[in-house]
Design a protein around this ligand. Sequence first.
Ligand SMILES: Nc1ncnc2c1ncn2[C@@H]1O[C@H](COP(=O)(O)OP(=O)(O)O)[C@@H](O)[C@H]1O
Ligand SMILES: [Mg+2]
Length: 366
Amino acid sequence: MFVKHVEFENYRNLKNSVFDPGKGINVICGDNAQGKTNLIECLWLFTGGRSFRGSKEKELIAFGETNAVIKTEFFSEGREQTIEINIEKGKRKATLNGVPRNYLSEIVGKFCAVVFSPDHLTLIKNGPDERRAFIDGAICQTDAMYALLLSRYKKILNERNNLIRYIPQDRSLMETLSVWNETLAAAGSKIAARRAEYVRKLNLPAISFYDGISKGRERLQIEYRMNCKADQNGDEKEIYNKTLEKLINKQNEDISCGYTTSGIHRDDLMIKINDKDARSFGSQGQQRSAVLSLKLAEAAVLGEEKKEAPIILLDDVLSELDVSRQSYLLTKLSGMQVFITCCEKTVSSENVVYVENGILSEDKEV
Ligand SMILES: Nc1ncnc2c1ncn2[C@@H]1O[C@H](COP(=O)(O)OP(=O)(O)O)[C@@H](O)[C@H]1O
Ligand SMILES: [Mg+2]
């Protein structure tokens, strides 16, 4: 897919402007704090996802204004499509191809993108929540039903947690707990099987990208590690049995803690470099390369499943790579529409846009 046109109204400091990117590599150039990341963030919002900077909706609206509108025309699924997002009163509302949608989730999967910014290093540095969110977000872009599975699991987990808190006062509720164990294990095993399958798909491209970025000096390994200790290649049935077994074994512990201590909400994506946990032992550079490889692999899997490449958003990535790694990256991205921010125009591209104080222009002298 590719983006043809973008329009902003009261969006952050980009004020009221338009952007007509080219099909290949688009370089977004400018000094610090001019609006480059704002532009990348805006493109990402068309996926229906939340801001990758963790910003609240109202932070997206230009200072002093009450609403912001962003619009895009893009080419995907063999035709031109449009998305318009209106941000007002802490909410976002989307219109897809002229039809207003009730939920933002209805546009997920229409505008596919993969984003990488220095903030994404938290994928390795932080706890398992972010790694699960990475896998879940990636699956959601190709499978709308998966988001429903996730919200169902969350609901069941809440119900079980509520029940657990009442058990010390009313032991007769123990009988009901076994039903919730089964329901939770059933919903959870579907999710875990899907996540493990996704990680298997991610594996080869991720290893290959890391190999390329590290010039063959280091090896990346990824593995979906289940809290129930089922094998990552295990099927849904095996995951169900092991999850249920653990839920039952930990019942008393759960009751004394007041929440569910086992289940797929405790699973993790293990990321290793040369057999060592990248979180504890990886250098900053290794961690960055590992996340970049995961993101590129995400794009490869997404492209394969959708039968068209997603757009690639790279914020402040180039300055961190030496020239040979930069050229490796750009070669790997050829054929896709890419948006890269940088302070100096180091990449040769026909499509360069300069950002100065929120104003986009094709010439530097603005
Ligand atoms: N809601 C907003 N309204 C107006 N300006 C904003 C808003 N949010 C951020 N900014 C401004 O945007 C600039 C930062 O933009 P950013 O895209 O992060 O910069 P960079 O070019 O370094 O990536 C800052 O000058 C900040 O004041
Ligand atoms: Mg920036």
